[in-house]
Design a protein around this ligand. Structure first.
Ligand SMILES: *Cc1c(COP(=O)(O)O)cnc(C)c1O
Length: 640
């Protein structure tokens, strides 16, 4: 590829700093010498770096196009291992006498493949599952048969749910029914008598400790879930009255997801440990303390207590929990409980990467070459064009003010019908050119005028072939920041200042918050598009919560999904799931595709009758309609 000769030299280390790869990638991704982003996978006992652009090329050659969701099961396996090692080494180092048993909350990513892989990778650690609804329990029972792992049942439970759990307990599974509402207890007691099964029970506590995560409303005394201390004691009394206090085995709490601050994690664990020991004082058997989820991910790489980060690591998390529980139990002179945690985000986030191609770029600078000058320009138009003549460093602020003033005046004249559309367009281009020049000068000044300190406001809009609402719902719903960057050309300087727009026609369908050189920025440095060459971006850490929260905005459906590994130095495409077809998404909203074809056919036939098209044109039109219905919901690139 020919590079412009004036290109300043740029190396991959600069890309690394710009996009913060080392900060968020957890050693799973890195940039190679040739400017490709690599993912680190396992090849038997070795770690191998594999090029993401090569993976994408291989998939496209096989016939699946972008947008693509890549899943890396090795990263899931690594995270499960990391979590277990963190707790096990904290336990060994502190002389804790209980053990650790993690469970994976199915709601975080319920895809069949994920549950299958988690139960497989977790076997070594007796890693269990958490089910929050009847469908999740059914999935858990199909995949989790390890008698040493736990299945934790949270959420609302009806009789069917309870019966299923009790009957499976009879078959040797360790299923814990966590009481979240006082009313559940009587039904559980009734059903366990009827079925002749002694249940394993837990209670979910509302803690008073709050945290400042996005999900803080799911913790604290006002949370919708869990029992108040009074309700917990009523539960204990009822169990005692029934001679069932020895079935109470577990205390559960959940602080909310993505807890940014380790201090509030310690506080919650302390409060919960006190409740735990007092339940033993009350006569409950106990033995299990379930600390819920909340272990955060460093999306922005800042290792701070901002919403998109956390000020602790997985080791520190495990060590602090173990230490707090140990201290409280030692004081009360009780055995150390088995610690259960329900980390979902921290386990699943790294697993998936969204890859999409850029369809087009809308660049204001392309609009800065004015059309021909209007015949009788308005005096304000003349004034605006004069600004260019006297523009220099010494009067930058003045030129800035003048340009803005005349541009506003001309807009107002246009609204009143006093200048033409052509003249307005001419002035707009002139204005863009002047402003670009002003910012170029300001960028070279040691102290730029205050109004210009924010930098060039013009952004290139890069249109990505994806739907934010389908693939990155949290980016839209709660302004979650995800790492976004090109997966190739990382040895070239990215000279464009871009924001990203998706292909929904919704003005919310955009990403305009990024982490650049460790700071929040409203633009992402990207490369200018090359002719006849795809430009691919990746969005990272999307394995948790994004895949099944997505909606069908503009009827854009599921993307293609491919699961990737390596063996003997070769990339393996282990599983492919073709994304939704247009027929699929239309059927989700109750259209019958046969009926659609039939309706369109009647229009085509009428057009033949009326002589507007020929019968063979009708055939062509109908073929295109049918082909589209069977196709991908995203923009399909022409086969090249
Ligand atoms: C959502 C949820 C989790 C998972 O939380 P993460 O922050 O993703 O680890 C765990 N437990 C319960 C009860 C939940 O509702």
């Amino acid at each position: 590829m020919n590079k412009p000769s004036n290109q300043v030299s740029w190396d991959t280390q600069q890309s690394n700093e710009l996009y913060g790869v080392d900060n968020w990638a957890n050693d799973f991704f890195s940039i190679s010498e040739n400017g490709h982003l690599h993912v680190h996978l396992h090849d038997e006992d070795q770690k191998t770096a594999v090029s993401l652009p090569d993976i994408v090329d291989g998939i496209r050659e096989r016939g699946l196009d972008t947008p693509l969701l890549l899943r890396f099961h090795d990263l899931l396996a690594d995270r499960i291992r990391n979590l277990n090692i963190a707790f096990n080494s904290a336990i060994t180092q502190s002389g804790y006498q209980g053990c650790y048993r993690g469970v994976y909350p199915i709601k975080v990513n319920q895809q069949q493949q994920v549950i299958e892989e988690i139960t497989q990778f977790g076997e070594l650690y007796h890693y269990g599952l958490e089910a929050g609804s009847k469908p999740e329990l059914l999935a858990a029972l199909a995949y989790m048969h390890d008698p040493d792992a736990y299945i934790i049942c949270n959420g609302y439970k009806d009789q069917e749910f309870i019966d299923l759990a009790l009957q499976s307990t009879k078959m040797g599974l360790q299923i814990i029914l966590v009481i979240e509402m006082p009313s559940e207890l009587n039904l559980i007691l009734e059903r366990s008598v009827a079925l002749g099964v002694r249940p394993m029970l837990g209670v979910r506590a509302k803690l008073s400790t709050c945290n400042n995560s996005h999900w803080s409303h799911s913790s604290g005394e006002n949370s919708v879930f869990g029992l108040t201390t009074n309700q917990i004691l009523n539960t204990v009394d009822t169990l005692r009255d029934h001679g069932m206090l020895n079935t109470l085995r577990l205390l559960h709490y959940h602080q909310g997801s993505q807890v940014p601050d380790i201090q509030s994690i310690r506080e919650s664990a302390t409060e919960a440990s006190r409740i735990y020991t007092d339940l033993i004082h009350e006569g409950a058997t106990m033995g299990l303390l379930d600390i819920g989820g909340g272990l955060g991910i460093d999306y922005d790489g800042s290792r701070s207590d901002s919403h998109s980060s956390r000020n602790y690591g997985i080791q520190e998390y495990a060590a602090d929990i173990v230490e707090v529980v140990k201290t409280v139990c030692d004081e009360a002179q009780f055995n150390h409980p088995t610690i259960i945690s329900e980390s979902g985000r921290a386990v699943a986030a790294y697993y998936s990467v969204l890859i999409f191609n850029i369809l087009d770029v809308n660049s204001p600078s392309a609009d800065s070459i004015p059309n021909r000058i209007p015949e009788k320009p308005h005096p304000h138009t003349m004034k605006l064009s004069e600004v260019e003549g006297y523009l220099e460093e010494a009067n930058l602020q003045e030129c800035y003010n003048d340009a803005i003033y005349y541009r506003e005046e001309i807009l107002s004249l246009f609204r009143h019908g006093n200048v033409s559309l052509r003249e307005r367009a001419y002035c707009n281009s002139l204005f863009t050119r002047i402003m670009t020049r002003i910012h170029e000068i300001a960028d070279t000044m040691e102290q730029a005028p205050e109004a210009l300190a924010e930098g060039n406001p013009f952004r290139d809009v890069y249109y990505g072939n994806f739907s934010l609402f389908q693939s990155l719902p949290d980016s839209w719903a709660i302004n979650q920041l995800f790492p976004v960057m090109p997966i190739h050309r990382l040895n070239e300087e990215p000279t464009a200042r871009a924001t990203l727009a998706d292909i929904t026609c919704d003005c919310d369908g955009r990403i305009d918050q990024f982490i650049i050189k460790g700071e929040h920025q409203d633009h992402l440095p990207l490369h200018p598009l090359n002719d006849h060459e795809n430009y691919f971006l990746g969005v990272f850490l999307v394995g948790a919560y994004q895949e099944t929260l997505g909606d069908l905005h503009n009827l854009l459906g599921d993307t293609n999904v491919v699961s990737v590994g390596v063996k003997n130095g070769k990339v393996q495409y282990r599983r492919e799931l073709a994304g939704d077809t247009i027929a699929d998404v239309l059927s989700y909203v109750e259209y019958d595709t046969k009926n659609l074809v039939e309706r369109f056919r009647s229009l085509a036939e009428r057009s033949v009758e009326e002589g507007k098209i020929t019968p063979s044109q009708r055939r062509q039109i109908m073929d295109s309609y049918r082909e589209s219905i069977a196709g991908y919901t995203y923009y399909e690139s022409p086969n090249t």
